[in-house]
Design a protein around this ligand. Structure first.
Ligand code: PEP
Length: 250
C-alpha cells in the first residue's frame, strides 16, 4: 500500500500567538525526522505567526474553515485569498463543530470545497455520524451522503487534493474512541463510495484520516488498520508531549 500516513492537529479556538509559536517551534524540532506527513491548523489570528515558523519545516499550514465566497461583503468571514496570501496550503472543511454548532449543511460545505480546490488548496473534508445515527444503524449512510454531497462537482483531476477525515461526532472531545475495527469498517465504506464515484485507483489512493479522541495510547492500533491513513487530532494536538507520540507512532 502506497498511501502516506498523514497526521493533522486541529488547534480549534485555543492559544495566543506566543503560545502558538512556542508549540510550533517544539513540533518543528521534534518532528523534523518524522516519516509521515504533518499539518497544524491554528486559529486565523495565529496563522501568520505559525506560517513563518513552519516555512522551512515538514509541517504544512492549515486553516480550520473559510468562507464559501472568494471575497466581498461577508462580515466576519475569512476568504480563500486571505488564507493563500498568508501561506495556508490546506483547509479543514465540514468539521462536526461547523456542521452541528454552526449549522453548516452539505451544500454550503460543498461550495467551500469547490472554491478551495479551484484555488489549489488541499481540503480535509470531515464526515461523521452522530451517536443517535450510529445507534439507528445509519453511520454508513450518513458518511456516504456527506461524502457524496461534499464532493459534488469535484473532478477526478481535483481529487488528489482531497483528504477525508472520518470523525464520529460522539468520539470528538469525549475521550471515547471508535474501536479500530469500527473505524476501519467506515473507512472501507467511504473508500468504496470514492471508488464508485471516481474509480478503483482513486479509491486506493485517497487518504482517509480518523479523528475522535486519538491519543498516543490508541494511535498505533488505529493506524495499523488497512483503511486508516492517519489522524485528525484535536485535544492531544495542543501540547507537543501529546501530539509528537501520535505523529511519530511506530
Ligand atoms: C477534532 O476536533 O477533529 C477531534 C478529533 O478532536 P479530539 O481529538 O479532541 O476528539
Amino acid at each position: 500500500m502506497s498511501r502516506p500516513y498523514y497526521i493533522a492537529g486541529n488547534w480549534k479556538m485555543h492559544k495566543t500567538r506566543a503560545e502558538a509559536a512556542e508549540l510550533v517551534k517544539e513540533l518543528s524540532a521534534r518532528l523534523k525526522d518524522g516519516k509521515h506527513r504533518y499539518l497544524v491548523a491554528p486559529g486565523f489570528t495565529l496563522l501568520e505567526t505559525v506560517a513563518a515558523l513552519v516555512r522551512d519545516s515538514n509541517i504544512r499550514l492549515g486553516a480550520q474553515n473559510m468562507a464559501a465566497e472568494e471575497q466581498g461583503a461577508h462580515t466576519g468571514e475569512v476568504s480563500v485569498l486571505q488564507l493563500k496570501d498568508i501561506g495556508v496550503r490546506t483547509v479543514i472543511l465540514g468539521h462536526s463543530e461547523r456542521r452541528h454548532v454552526y449549522r453548516e449543511d452539505d451544500a454550503l460545505i460543498n461550495r467551500k470545497v469547490r472554491l478551495a480546490l479551484r484555488h489549489g488548496l488541499e481540503v480535509i473534508l470531515c464526515v461523521g455520524e452522530l451517536l443517535e445515527e450510529r445507534e439507528a444503524g445509519r453511520a454508513e449512510a450518513v458518511c456516504e451522503t456527506q461524502t457524496v454531497r461534499g464532493l459534488e462537482g469535484v473532478s477526478a483531476a481535483e481529487l488528489p487534493n482531497i483528504v477525508i477525515a472520518y470523525e464520529p461526532v460522539w468520539a470528538i472531545g469525549t475521550g471515547k474512541t471508535a474501536t479500530p475495527e469500527d473505524a476501519d469498517a467506515i473507512h472501507a465504506w467511504i473508500r468504496k463510495v470514492i471508488g464508485r464515484l471516481y474509480g478503483a485507483a482513486a479509491a486506493e489512493n485517497i487518504i482517509i484520516q480518523y479523528g475522535g479522541s486519538v491519543k498516543a495510547e490508541n494511535a498505533a492500533q488505529l493506524m495499523a488498520k488497512e483503511n486508516i491513513d492517519g489522524a485528525l487530532v484535536g485535544g492531544a494536538a495542543l501540547k507537543a508531549d501529546t501530539f509528537v507520540p501520535i505523529a511519530m507512532f511506530a
